[in-house]
Design a protein around this ligand. Structure first.
Ligand code: C2E
Ligand code: CA
Ligand code: CA
Length: 878
């Protein structure tokens, strides 16, 4: 329904009346003058001419005002001025006299017209003034009282009427425009809202509805009205809804609330929420007022929320992890089935609001209350930490606490819970049973730290234990003693009876060692036949323990009907401030153990400081040596190998030099053994070989001396390296040097330490085409049988025997024997340490023609060596 709207153009204002009335007044006046002039032959004076022209001017003003109302402005004073002019005109016309009769009708006209355009107060004053002027004019004309008194009343009466009319009209116009404004506001609100506003009469016929109606149910108001459509309510809701409607209609001033489904134009059902008010008593409305809201979206959201809740619940309860949430005070808000079950609850409600303390203490068996209180306390503390810091706590591991899950392991993650404003409102905990993984880890850890044969802690565990004990002993005054036991000749037991037998011996010895020592001594298997005991003991106690162990180990063993006697050597060390880390302690015990071996085995030795100094120095030098190569501290020098027949150079031996910033220039005899122990010799040796090949390449190109060889010293350690053969091959290939010009020197002693192995390794090198020499020959104990099989080309007679020539007959005898042997085996010989012409003479006499030594030259630089190569015969022999 549409209420007829009031438009501002439809109201008549006092100004509009004034416009018309004033124009009318001036026209009548003019007409009257014209009529008078035509009928009464009035002579026009200057004054009357002025009055007529003023009147004409006023007529045009009024005409203009009428035609272009918006152009002409009405001001209170302007209107008053105009009124004064009109009155003056009337006065003039009356007195002059153009207007023959009384002026009063005209003054009544003025009194009826001008108050329309004036405020009430001024209008009244104006009317009274007009009355007074009329009085004056009449007096002037000599009119009798009987005539002019009614005239003046008429003037006042008309003026008053005009004033009241103006006031009434103005009040109405204001009220109307206010009403119009209100109407527009209401309409705007009714259009803007998404709620339906509707007024129906007592027969439920719609009198008013806002446009939301169409938006919600699809019909326009016109459709409803013309087609007489009634709202279709869902069958399930209709009865209830109608009941409410009837109640509303029949109960004055009542209201109802209803939530029901109604059908949309396109047929689907919409949930609406309706508030109804009976306003039949209010004659402005005279109907039932409804506010109707489409709550379909809200209903959808509610349904979705419910679905999500069900899903979340299922996810929580089907999850084997224990999940819970607590508020900021540590009270449970949410818990899943797993959690409830573990703590003996049957529903979430029974747990909600409780604290960890209550939950744990409820379950505590007698006597365990304090323990469980502490656990609850710890858990509560964690929760608070998460809530306070906002940082999650992850991977908290804890063992089961009830009898039933004592063997289980749990891993917990705790996260802060935040609301929409990012304020922390609680903590979420997720706890998983990780027993399987934990057991697996522990098994792995156990395996990693224990020896599989004896079950004793292994080397790693030992290092860990020493580290921990050392850390602890920093504050406490504990004494730490380490006993390093190395079984004597155990290798031969293995070799003789097989490894199974050896293993059984080790098991029995383990049993004996453990039986000998108190339970808190730490016994580890350090290596194949090494045991280490870590104990809190004084030197005297450590010694006693060592003696007991020596006894226990050396008692005879009967295994598989075989009787053996195994002994051990023990090194003892007491921890002192010099021991910075576990390996220091082990190193010293090891050194003492070697001392025990050297002093006859089956005994214990205590580590002493001098040994320690040597050991430390060696260790430091070892560390420095590891970097010597990359820091260019190493160099090689060349010692010529000279023919004692003609003084020509036949080749050079490469000798290593180490110019250390810390230790100064060092002889290879000082650092090669260290390099061998640590293994650095492998890389150093290859470097030397590469240098040799590079240098030889240069020389061979410059000085084509046939059969020029370069000898390079090789350690056993290098030879045993599995990659040695391929490394040598690579170097030879890369430098393009012929293998036959390279001679590898291996000392007799090292070659004979494991002759079978040496034969095998040297044979492979021989196959590459290299020359091979036995160095320091005569100092080792070569077995002739092996010597025959070694694929060597040269024997280098050790300088000790050469020095004895001419002084010590037995040395001369040995040299002679070596030379005879070389001849038998068809080997070349080189004498080392040739220092004097006498050495030379005697060697030549015995049949040795190649020599090395100070008699010719010390080891020299490559440049100096090259100088020798320049000369055909650099050495003049006496
Ligand atoms: P070596 O192979 O027996 O080398 C000969 C040693 O005797 C050299 O000592 C040399 O300077 C010295 N010598 C030479 N002529 C005479 C002489 O007339 N009288 C005396 N008294 N001594 C003489 P150096 O250079 O100190 O080398 C010592 C040992 O170091 C070498 O003995 C060798 O076994 C080892 N060595 C040197 N360089 C290397 C290398 O590059 N690798 C390996 N593995 N060992 C090397
Ligand atoms: Ca040598
Ligand atoms: Ca030598």
């Amino acid at each position: 329904m549409k209420t007829p709207l009031l438009h501002s153009g439809e109201t008549i204002t006092t100004n509009e009346i004034f416009r018309l009335a004033s124009l009318f007044l001036y026209i009548i006046l003019l007409l009257h003058i014209v009529l008078a002039a035509a009928t009464q032959h009035i002579s026009i004076t200057a004054a009357s001419a002025l009055a007529i022209s003023l009147l004409t001017l006023l007529f045009f003003v009024a005409l203009g005002r009428y035609v272009w109302p918006q152009v002409v402005a009405y001001g209170q004073s302007r209107i008053l001025f105009e009124m004064a002019v009109v009155i003056a005109v009337i006065g003039l016309l009356t007195l002059r006299p153009i207007l023959p009769s009384v002026p009063l009708p005209w003054l009544i006209g003025v009194a009826g017209v001008f108050p329309l355009a004036l405020g009430t107060g001024i209008a009244l004053t104006a009317v009274v003034s007009i009355g007074a002027i009329g009085l004056g004019l009449n007096a002037q004309l000599g009119m009798p009282l009987n005539d002019w008194l009614p005239n003046m009343y008429a003037t006042l009466f008309v003026g008053l009427l005009a004033t009241l009319l103006a006031k009434a009209l103005n009040t109405n116009t204001t009220a109307l425009s206010q009403a119009y404004k209100n109407e527009r506001r209401f309409d705007a609100i009714a259009r803007a809202t998404r709620h339906i506003f509707m007024i129906v009469d007592a027969k439920y016929k719609i009198m008013y509805a806002n446009p939301a109606l169409q938006e919600v149910i699809g019909y326009t108001l016109e459709e409803i009205k013309t087609n007489n459509i009634n709202a279709v309510i869902h069958p399930d809701d209709v009865e209830e809804h109608n009941k409410k409607l009837r109640y509303l209609r029949d109960t004055p001033q009542s209201s109802i609330f209803s939530r029901h489904r109604t059908q949309h134009k396109d047929g689907h059902w919409i949930w609406v929420e309706t508030s109804g008010y009976n306003m039949l008593h209010d004659d402005a409305i005279n109907g039932l007022v409804f506010s109707i809201e489409d709550i379909n979206a809200r209903k959808d959201a509610e349904r979705k929320l419910a679905e999500e809740h069900t899903l979340l619940r299922a996810v929580l309860d089907l999850n084997p992890s224990m999940i819970y949430a607590k508020d900021t005070e540590g009270r449970f808000t949410i818990s899943n089935l797993s959690y409830q079950r573990r703590f003996g609850y049957t529903s979430e409600d029974s747990l909600r609001g409780k604290t960890a303390y209550e939950v744990f203490l409820k379950q505590a068996s007698k006597g365990h209350e304090i323990e469980l209180y502490d656990i609850a306390d710890e858990l509560h503390r964690q929760d608070l930490q998460v809530i306070q810091t906002g940082e999650p706590l992850e991977d908290l591991e804890i063992q089961g606490i009830w009898e039933s899950d004592m063997r289980s392991w749990y891993r917990t993650n705790k996260y802060p819970l935040r609301d929409a404003n990012d304020n922390i409102v609680g903590v979420l905990g997720i706890t998983r049973d990780v027993t399987d993984r934990k057991e697996y880890e522990m098994r792995l850890e156990y395996q990693a730290l224990h020896d599989s044969l004896t079950g004793l802690p292994n080397r790693r565990f030992l290092l860990k234990a020493i580290t921990e004990t050392m850390a602890a002993s920093h504050d406490k005054h504990s004494r730490l003693a380490l006993l390093f036991c190395d079984l004597d000749f155990f290798k031969s037991v293995n070799d003789m009876h097989g490894h199974d037998f050896g293993d059984k011996c080790l098991l029995e010895l383990t049993r004996r060692i453990l039986a000998e020592l108190p339970a808190d001594d730490f016994v580890a298997r350090f290596g194949g036949n090494e045991f280490v005991v870590l104990t809190n003991a004084s030197m005297l106690e450590a010694r006693t323990k060592a003696e007991m162990l020596l006894q226990a180990v050396s008692r005879q063993l009967i295994i598989d009907d075989i009787v053996v006697k195994i002994q051990t050597s023990i090194g003892i060390v007491l921890q002192n401030p010099e021991h910075k880390n576990p390996s220091d302690l082990i190193r010293d015990a090891d050194a003492a153990m070697y001392q025990a071996k050297e002093r006859g085995r089956n005994r214990a030795e205590i580590f002493d400081a001098t040994l320690q100094n040597n050991a430390t120095k060696r260790a430091q030098m070892d560390a420095a040596l590891r970097f010597a190569l990359e820091r260019n501290e190493l160099s090689v020098v060349y010692q010529p190998k000279v023919s004692m027949i003609d003084g020509t150079v036949k080749g050079f031996e490469l000798l290593l030099r180490w110019d250390s910033p810390v230790y100064g220039s060092l002889s290879p005899t000082e650092f090669i053994p260290i390099a061998e122990t640590s293994g650095v010799i492998v890389s150093i040796g290859l470097w030397v070989l590469r240098e040799a090949c590079k240098q030889l390449n240069i020389w061979q190109e410059k000085y084509p001396i046939p059969d020029l060889t370069i000898a390079v010293n090789v350690s056993m350690r290098q030879l045993l390296q599995s990659s040695f053969l391929s490394d040598v091959t690579t170097i030879l290939e890369n430098t393009g040097v012929s293998p036959s010009s390279i001679e590898l020197e291996l000392t007799e002693t090292s070659a004979m330490a494991n002759p079978l192995q040496t034969i095998e390794n040297l044979s492979m090198l021989k196959r590459l085409g290299l020359r091979l020499a036995l160095d320091d020959f005569g100092t080792g104990y070569s077995s002739l049988a092996y010597l025959q099989k070694l694929p060597i080309d040269v024997l280098k007679i050790d300088k000790a025997f050469v020095h004895g020539l001419g002084k010590n007959p037995s040395d001369a005898e040995i040299v002679r024997l070596i030379l005879a042997l070389a001849q038998t085996l068809n080997l070349e010989t080189v004498a080392e340490g040739v220092e004097t012409p006498e050495h030379m003479l005697r060697l030549k006499k015995m049949g040795c023609y190649l020599g090395q030594g100070y008699a010719f030259s010390q080891a020299i630089s490559a440049a100096e060596a090259e100088e020798l190569l320049r000369h055909a015969q650099p050495f003049i022999l006496a």
